[in-house]
Design a protein around this ligand. Structure first.
Ligand code: PMP
Length: 291
């Protein structure tokens, strides 16, 4: 039986509920994290927790438990569900309030932790790669909602995702207001051109992905030059290889964008090498679930 952590208690999945007056539900007022455990260890848990608390701080949200307690909540949720490999979803919303949007009416944040399995795409896409489409919906910009903040407000991402599906692709590439490549719906984007690994600069407006950071480290270790830079649609179409990274998606090649084949239309050698090293990395470190 799957159990879910809700405000300090573990309850069966079917009984895991929050109020319809919760401002997370009414207004998307909250923050969240997606984290993965591999072979009994939670990958880069501290980095995810730091990002969660930074996101909360940015939206004036006080998380009622400490970072250490939050890390244990993640581990305990895996233990209670007897999971060694899991996708962990932490959600901290403003909490239950009234129908107005004043957060002062929400005395206590809601904290939820779910540990379950996730498969974003059928296995064939991990082998053959995804098709992506650039979306008309632009990336949110910092003056409205900083892309570094992982808020519960994912509507632009969802609309961009729908656009890509309507266009016959599986994932979207979102551009900034200025026309630079930013990220996918729930993942960061990488390109490879002439042996150089390129990814949008944080200033282009992206979530600083934990997977992105790990892949940059791996690429440098393998001796590939890495550039965090400003990339255009032209750079995407003319890349030798492209791939996306994210906790849920992990690493997936992108083999076609807006109807143009990327490279020869197959996952490229740098992508494959990084995927192999990424798999080794995630199974070799992390916060132990079972001590
Ligand atoms: N960008 C967005 C918009 C995301 O939602 C995610 C998933 N958290 C990512 C990038 C990738 O981040 P990470 O590697 O930390 O999961």
């Amino acid at each position: 039986m799957t159990v879910v952590y809700v405000n300090g208690e573990f309850v069966p999945k079917e009984e895991a509920k929050v109020s319809v007056y919760d401002h997370g539900f009414l207004y998307g007022d909250g923050v969240f994290e997606g984290i993965r455990a591999y072979a009994g260890r939670i990958f880069r848990l501290e980095e995810h927790i730091d990002r969660l608390y930074d996101s909360a701080k940015a939206i004036w949200l006080e998380i009622p438990i400490s970072k250490e307690e939050m890390m244990e909540v993640c581990a305990e949720t895996c233990r209670r569900n007897e999971l060694k490999d899991a996708y962990i979803r932490l959600v901290v919303s403003r909490g239950t309030g009234d129908l107005g949007l004043d957060p002062r009416k929400c005395p206590k944040a809601t904290v939820v932790c779910i540990a379950d399995k996730i498969a974003l795409y059928p296995e064939e896409f991990y082998q053959k790669g995804l098709k992506a489409a650039t979306a008309a919906t632009r990336k949110n910009y910092g003056e409205v909602l900083p892309p570094q903040v992982k808020t519960c407000n994912y509507l632009p991402n969802i609309m961009a995702k729908i656009e890509s599906i309507v266009a016959g692709a599986q994932e979207c590439f979102c551009m900034s207001r200025e026309g630079y490549l930013t990220e996918g719906s729930g993942d960061n984007v990488f390109l490879v051109k002439n042996g150089v690994v390129k990814t949008p600069h944080p200033a282009a407006g992206i979530l600083i992905g934990v997977t992105r950071n790990a892949v940059i480290e791996l690429a440098k270790k393998l001796g590939y030059p890495v550039e965090e830079t400003f990339l255009t649609r032209y750079d995407v179409y003319t890349a030798d290889e492209a791939f996306v990274t994210g906790t849920a998606a992990e690493m997936v090649a992108v083999v076609e964008v807006d109807g143009r084949k990327i490279g020869n239309g197959k996952p490229g050698p740098v992508t494959e090498k990084l995927r192999e090293e990424f798999r080794k990395l995630v199974t070799s470190e992390g916060y132990p679930i079972y001590k």
